[in-house]
Design a protein around this ligand. Structure first.
Ligand code: G1P
Length: 294
């Protein structure tokens, strides 16, 4: 059966990483719970999935990540309190963190053995359906939301899809880098992908960012892997193996990425999202102006 005739209803969120680039903030609380204005990164990611029609959110968690489960759980005390005080607007916000048609399920990654390993931990929940992977520290801003754009490409091309963007070639050692032939505007059929190459070894300047739509065949390719870059089980290596037998496409999405795993990316996201937040945008813009920053 063609891959794209199966609807994509599941998204995997690998959230077991330690977030060492944000210590000490991430010592006891998950990096995915870092806030951009008034919403944690993981909620932006889940909202992007919901907008794309995903109804089952699969979190691959680790120790000290309990705050993520609590965030998407019902909060009886808080809701009762807001109800008693008749704070309807806040009540709506709290209740909409997890809309009723959405399910959240959790599986633990006992050891941090790499992104490929984290994804493999979700195999029993994904089963044989195509699925999305969202890395919440890449905050992607676009209209339509980036995962929705990718599902359109998935439907049209009938193959797995990775989100890519052009990067400064000097930074290739932070990303999975693809090579491929352009088959439509901004869409490339992959003929190779390599994890974190040095600039001199990078096959292009097209870097994978944290969104994937993959065939469930990826699991058997992950299972056959030996540890790759950094001694980890790399998703990139499994994709390199998948593309030898099934079509994989890279899609240059229409939007802006904030690398919220880095301090500077996180600060930029905070400024941009604050400048459009209805409650604070005017005062914040005036403040930036007073500092001669806008
Ligand atoms: C992971 C992937 C890498 C990808 C990146 C996107 O790396 O391994 O291929 O380009 O996410 O954010 P990480 O940032 O987890 O080191």
């Amino acid at each position: 059966m063609p891959l794209s005739t199966k609807a994509v209803t599941k998204a995997v969120f690998p959230v077991a990483g330690l977030g060492t680039r944000f210590l000490p903030a991430t010592k006891a609380s998950p990096k995915e719970m870092l806030n951009v204005v008034d919403k944690p990164l993981i909620q932006y990611a889940v909202e992007e999935a919901i907008a794309a029609g995903i109804t089952e959110m699969i979190f691959v968690t680790g120790r000290s990540k309990r705050a993520i489960e609590d965030h998407f759980d019902k909060s009886y005390e808080l809701e009762a309190e807001l109800e008693a005080k008749n704070k309807q607007a806040l009540l709506e916000i709290v209740r909409n963190v997890k809309p009723s048609h959405v399910d959240c399920v959790y599986v633990r990654q006992p050891e941090a053995l790499g992104l490929g390993h984290a994804v493999l931990c979700a195999e029993k929940l994904v089963r044989d359906e195509p699925f999305a992977i969202i890395l919440a520290d890449d905050l992607l801003d676009g209209q339509p939301p980036i995962l929705s754009q990718m599902l359109k490409v998935f439907g049209e091309q009938n193959g797995s899809v990775l989100a890519v963007e052009k990067i400064d070639p000097a930074k290739s050692s932070s990303y999975g880098i693809i090579s491929g032939a352009e088959v439509a505007k901004g869409i490339y059929r992959l003929n190779g992908i390599v994890e974190k190459p040095q600039p001199k070894d990078a096959p292009s300047n097209l870097a994978v960012v944290g969104r994937y739509v993959l065939s469930s065949d990826i699991f058997k390719h992950i299972r056959n892997l030996k540890p790759g870059a950094g001694g980890e089980i790399q998703l990139t290596d499994a994709i390199a193996s998948l593309l030898k037998v099934d079509p994989v496409f890279a899609y240059e999405y229409d939007g802006v990425r904030y690398d919220c795993g880095s301090k500077i990316g996180y600060l930029k996201a905070s400024v941009e999202f604050a400048l459009r937040h209805p409650e604070v945008k005017e005062e914040f813009a005036a403040y930036l102006k007073s500092r001669s920053l806008t």
